[in-house]
Design a protein around this ligand. Sequence first.
Ligand code: MN
Length: 738
Amino acid sequence: MPQAINDILDDRKLIQSAYRKLLKSIKVDIDEADRKNIRKAYEIAVEAHTEQRRKSGEPYILHPIEVARICAEEIGLGPTAIIAALLHDVVEDTAVTLANIHERFGEKIANIVDGLTKLKHDFNPTNAQAENFKKVLSTLVYDVRVVLIKMADRLHNMRTIGAMPRHKQLRIAAETSYIYAPLAHRLGLYNVKTEFQDLCMKITERDQYDEIAKKLQETRRQRNTYISEFIDPLKEKLDDLKISYRIHGRPKSISSIYNKIKKKNVPFEEIYDLFAVRIIVDVERNKEKPICWQVYSIVTDVHTPIPERLKDWVTTPKSNGYESLHTTVIGPKGRYVEVQIRSERMDEIAERGFAAHWKYKEIKNQQDIYESWLDNIRDLMEDVDKDALEFVTDFKSNLFSEEVFVYTPKGDMKVLPKGATALDFAFSIHTDIGYHCTGIKVNNRLVPMGYQLENGDQVHITTSKNQKPNEDWLKMVVTGRAKSKIKSALREDLRKIADLGKEMIERKLGHMKLDLEVNAEAITRHYGFKNRTDLYASIYNGYINLADLREFNVEHGRIIFDAPKLRRQEIPKAAPSRRSKNDKVSVRPLVLINGEPGDQYDYVFATCCNPVMGDDIFAFVGTNSGVKIHRTSCPNARDMMTNFGYRTLNADWSNHTATEFVANLVITGIDDGPGVIERVTSEISSKLGMNIRSFSIAGDEGYYEGKISLVVANTNQLSQVLRALKSLDGVSTVTRTD
Ligand code: MN
């Protein structure tokens, strides 16, 4: 069949050209042996994936080749990572085994491929994503390259996600923005992070994405004119420095512009810092700092600076390695412009993060910031009791957050996550200092242990041998290290108490001529404890009255319990009342869940995001609240899909029902008297014929803000209202708030 042969030849051409592109993209020096190994990995992968195709129909092998190219070109990794990337899917999906890889490429590469393969298994249907993330991090501690390759893998999958069904797109986007984007940020891969966020927004909020992209395009010429107006006078003075430099102004990413629009509640047209100006100097390492400050002084000579906006990450780099000098100045026409000043080396670290950091490591004499970050992760992982979900939450709050800089009495600087407390500080110095901490002075003033540290605080700890942690301490710390240390101390305590409790019950059963070993399981279950340790500890603490045991019959040395008794805390609350038929929704519209009429699920609309017909939606199965329909842009969506992906279902609007929804709007403007309320209500009720459920308005010095709750049939009608209201006199903004 000539057609088929042609297809095969086309595929082959495609594959070979992708491979050539990969080879060209390698930036580091590679020797003949590396080149041979890369070739070998490529051949094995081509052979192994030969029968497979991607959802889009293209040969599967293009995926690993492209992932390898991203590693080489966009992250700046070397031959080891390139080989591992080429092989990253073979063990999982083909006949090639880990042993084969070990044999041909050695232990290092086999281990990385093994790490990447493990990351893909989702054995556990509950918390699968959280488990998965925990795995990502345990491999990261072992070899950061595993995670960097995983980033490249995810990036390529996100770039080519179009062929996937919609519900999968949503789930992958949720996971990406919940885990991979912040991790990319933490590893200093700013470009990757930004692209993740943009790709996610394109999936979850396509309309808004397109709208901003279009507006950026339309305003490009205008913006470029402004940028030259801003840059030209700077160039003249920078030339006098007689160094080589680059200067440019670039628009910010679509997702970051969108965030600003949402946060400040202003339209696109009113966002002025749509771009940042970057000045990159090419100077020797030892001149970087003075030259950056010289450039700063030139910038602020020409344009007036706003001193509070100066951020000096040249003197103190961010803990992800980022170095740069940022300032905001007032440019022509009184607009705020952010200027970033850095060296070529700093720029490379800003673009490539971890990989670039390695490259410059040898010539760096300060403490290794990544090492201390990895140490923190190891601390978090140490806590074996923690379930995956708790782990992810801790990780996010500890290691993705901003930091606060504080000092020991001797003046040594300590970096802790923002929100860390005085007690966290004690544990960061030494576990024993944490355990025995009795009092804390900050800047010579006595503070409570839960005092939240601020930049520049000097912290002094007093200890006593008799002090030890208690349950309350857990509420006073935020760092994973302190938490896991306190927990293990409490566990140790619990074990001691449990031993005493065990003796007590043994004695009691002895009187009844019963054996503990035979009865322990049944008694534990009877009182509703998860394990014997908890049971014994409760006995010691007197929470349980062992006299109760005499009330039951004994057969062959076993106590026969009738029905399991519930512990007081675990008595279930009255079952939640059925869906309240209050004024929320007047007629229930038909939603299709997984393509079938949703009635059988007895769903309700989530009140956190109030979906309106036409919104992009999904269904979420709650543990005791039934099925709820959320908007895909719901602030809780990401959390739900990432941590409970298995509980989300596809939902669509069925189009043959006419029903009503409640939409909440906030309307702001300049108040020119009582006329506003009248105009707004008459526009909605009389002209558009819609019902207002509630309307409240508050004002201050001519400015007012009103909250309107109104009943609409679908998103079309809603946008009609939005347009109509925006055009009214005295109305400046109208926004939907759910
Ligand atoms: Mn892959």
